[in-house]
Each structure stands twice: as C-alpha cells, then as structure tokens.
Design a protein around this ligand. Structure first.
Ligand code: GLN
Length: 428
C-alpha cells in the first residue's frame, strides 16, 4: 500500500449510495486514481445493495474479479454508485435510495441504470467508474450525462462477483470523461477468469489510434427512423460526417429484426431476472425473515415489502413468460427473435467494419417524467440490440440538443472492442 485517499465528495446529485472516506491505494497503472463502482458489483468489506432495500446492510465477503483487478492496478475504490434497483430502469429513479440528478441539468435524470456512475464522472467526483449494461445501462447514462461509456463484447469481462440481473445479456464496462480513460480502465478489467464460464481468453491491451482511413461505417435506417428525435438524428449524422472527413466511408445497412428487439429483450431479461432474484429470500442476505411466520407468509411479506414496484413487476412478468404452457409462446419466440437480430448484425458486418447511430432516441427526461413503464421500456430501443447480439458498443458525446448532451453510438463485430474504441477516439 502506498497511501490513503481521504474522500468526502460533495454528493449533491446523490450519485453514491456508499462512500469510503478512507480509501487505500497502491502503485500500478491506476496508482492513486479514485474509481467508483456501481452498487451491483461486489466489494469486500463495502456495503453492496443493488439499489435495493432487500440488500441493505449486505457486506460481501469477497471482491468481484474486476474489483480485484482495479485494486491491484493501484486505484482507490472510493464508493458505490446509485442505480436503478437491480439495474431495472433507464433513469436511476427506481433506486430505493432516491434518484440521482443529472449534473448537466439537475432537473433531469442522469439515465440508467448506471446513473450514479455517470453522474459521479460527469460531476468530476471521480475520473472513472464501472457500470453494467444489460440493455443499455452504461450507454444510456453516458449519453444523458455527456460522458463516454463502453459495453464490452459479451464474454470479454468477467462477471464473477456481479450480482446477476440477466446473465445472458449483461457485461461490466468502463465509464469516463474521455475515450482514452475508458480504454485505460478496459485494459485493467478485461482479463480472463475461469470462474466466468462464458468468458473467452481475449484480454484487451490497447492504446487507442485515431486512424479511420478507409473504415466502412454502416448506417442502419432503423436508427434514424420513427421515435428518434429528428434533431438528435441530425446531430449524429453531423458527427458521422466528421468521421467521413477523416477518411471513413458510410454504407447504408439494415437490421430488420429490430422490430422485435424490445419485445425479445423484455421477455428474456424478465425471465432471467425472475430466476436470479429467487435467491433473495431473507435467509442468506440482507434483512432477515420473521421465522415465527410460515415460510409462505414470511417470503411474501419480505419480498413484497423490500422489492420495489418495478422489480416486482418484472419478477411477475418473467415468472409468467417461463411458466408451463406459455414458455413456448413467449420465451422460445424471444430467443428466435434474438437469433434473427444477431444474424442481421452478422450480415451487416460482412459489408462494414462498424455500425453507427444515436445512443438514445431523446435527450435526458425530466425527473418524474417517465411514469408509464412501457414508455420507459421504449427508450431502450437503440441500445438493446447490441446486448441481444453480444457485440461491443460505445457511446461518445457528439453535441447538444436543447443544451443537453447527445451520444453517438458505435457498435462493432464481436471481440472488436478495439475498433469501436478507435472510431470513438478518432471522432473525439
Ligand atoms: N433499461 C433497461 C432495463 O431496464 C436496461 C437496464 C440495464 O442495462 N441494466 O432493463
């Protein structure tokens, strides 16, 4: 150990659930750098809540592998960031610990579910943070707060120690103010871990290069169509124009399977969540059940009280989608739709090197604006395809509409995270 970082940030945006006033740091590539960690990633000795009352007071006995790697690189883990409960949301308003505010405009949401990580970076409280992205939860808040966020290829970063929401979709990834810092943090966390059976041994060791000469950029019409604010579409087209100015070419492409992307995503993520969240039974973690009651009553009582409305809604949806007689109608069909989207991307990537479009169809919502869950789900339309296909995707700030940040999203072939980073770096 080389020192102790004394960290007491002015957390006026409610970016943190827990802060570590005295955070030890060491030598290494991140020596002495303050890093914030989303509160669904296990940290030995530091409360980890997933933004939920059901895990309030839970202190993990071990570090997630990414946290172990960050500590070994010398960084100081200074706190755990606010998030939508179990990652379920796009605004950070479903957190049991109150919403996070967007530092660019505190009357707005920071996006979600990694809204606390994005706000901590945007407000200058930390230079970098970890988020997780199941259906856009790194890219959405990066876009809304005007920072950079990368969802790595599925299988590139260990999920060991990540408290699961929807395992087949999610990845841990870096968030920072610059592409260079995102790449630096990615180099630390993307290391093979045999404890995550979905990993491939493809470490990321990369210094970004701004050379995009001859790069073929696919422009999917579905990313500029109905539901996308035309001013955002224009801002993103201008950003792609900058890349053309640097020698890239654009090619129109199409992802027709996108028409079923949201339906497939919400069936798959709720199904996986209904199974993953069954472990929160008041016996192993968090507040204890009342053992004088029958098992049924105690379980119902605890989960009914300590899970928020969005989490309960998704457990019910997922349980239904997987139940006998319905699984073929919903879950199996969703898997077919997922396969089609994957195939669409694969076909497009035979013609082009990367695919670009907006990250979000609108700018940051006002706090309290999204009262209808369905309208919140719709805002994920441009981010969920990358999770369904398992491909890398980055969001980089590319201008403003109404004074609020807009994100340019760049997606790439599986395990071509480096190219996605380079394209963003060239633009930046
Ligand atoms: N908004 C999406 C959801 O609610 C994405 C969340 C995430 O990526 N964790 O599921």
């Amino acid at each position: 150990m080389t020192g102790i970082l004394d960290y007491s940030p002015d957390d006026r945006y409610n970016a943190f659930i827990t802060t570590c006033r005295e955070a030890p740091y060491g030598d290494g590539v991140l020596g002495g750098v303050a890093v914030a960690i989303k509160d669904n990633i296990s940290t030995a000795g530091i409360q980890t809540t997933c933004g939920s009352r059901i895990l309030e007071g839970y202190i993990p006995p071990y570090d997630a592998y990414v946290v172990e790697l960050i500590r070994k690189a010398g960084a100081a883990i200074v706190g755990k960031t606010n998030m939508d409960e179990f990652g379920m949301g796009s605004t950070t308003e479903t957190s049991a610990f109150g919403p996070t505010k967007n530092p660019v405009d505190p009357t707005r949401v920071p996006g979600g579910s990694s809204g606390g990580s994005a706000a901590a970076v945007a407000a200058g409280l930390v230079p970098m943070a970890l988020g997780t992205d199941t259906g856009g939860s790194i890219r959405c808040p990066a876009a809304f707060c005007g920072i950079v966020g990368l969802k790595p290829t599925y299988g590139r970063v260990s999920r060991y120690g990540l408290i699961a929401y929807a395992n087949s979709l999610e990845q841990i990834g870096p968030m920072a103010r610059t592409v260079e810092d995102v790449s630096r943090l990615m180099s630390v966390i993307a290391r093979y871990d045999p404890r995550d059976s979905t990993m491939l041994d493809r470490p990321y060791d990369h210094k970004p290069s701004a050379d995009v000469k001859g790069l073929r950029i696919g422009i999917p019409k579905e990313y500029f169509g109905e539901g996308v604010d035309p001013r955002i579409a224009d801002t993103v087209r201008d950003a792609i124009g900058v890349l053309e100015g640097l020698g890239a070419e654009t090619v129109p492409v199409s992802i027709p399977g996108m028409q079923h992307a949201l339906a497939a995503y919400y069936v798959i993520c709720t199904s996986e969540a209904s199974s993953n969240l069954a472990r929160f039974d008041g016996v192993r973690y968090g507040p204890a059940v009342d053992t004088r009651k029958t098992w049924h009553e105690a379980y119902q009582d605890l989960r009914g009280k300590l899970f928020g409305a969005e989490v309960r809604r998704r457990i019910m949806l997922g349980t239904f989608a997987l139940s006998a007689g319905y699984a073929g109608r919903y879950y199996a069909k969703a898997q077919i739709a997922r396969r089609n989207i994957r195939d669409d991307f694969e076909r497009a990537f035979r013609e082009v090197d990367v695919i670009a479009g907006p990250t979000m169809p609108t700018v940051a919502f006002r706090l309290g604006e999204k009262t209808d869950p369905l309208s919140m789900y719709l805002s994920d339309i441009l981010t969920v395809p990358a999770n369904l296909a398992g491909i890398p995707a980055i969001s980089v700030p590319c201008g403003k509409v109404d004074g609020l940040p807009v994100g340019l999203q760049i997606m790439g072939r599986q395990f071509e995270d480096e190219r996605v980073v380079d394209t963003a770096y060239a633009y930046e």
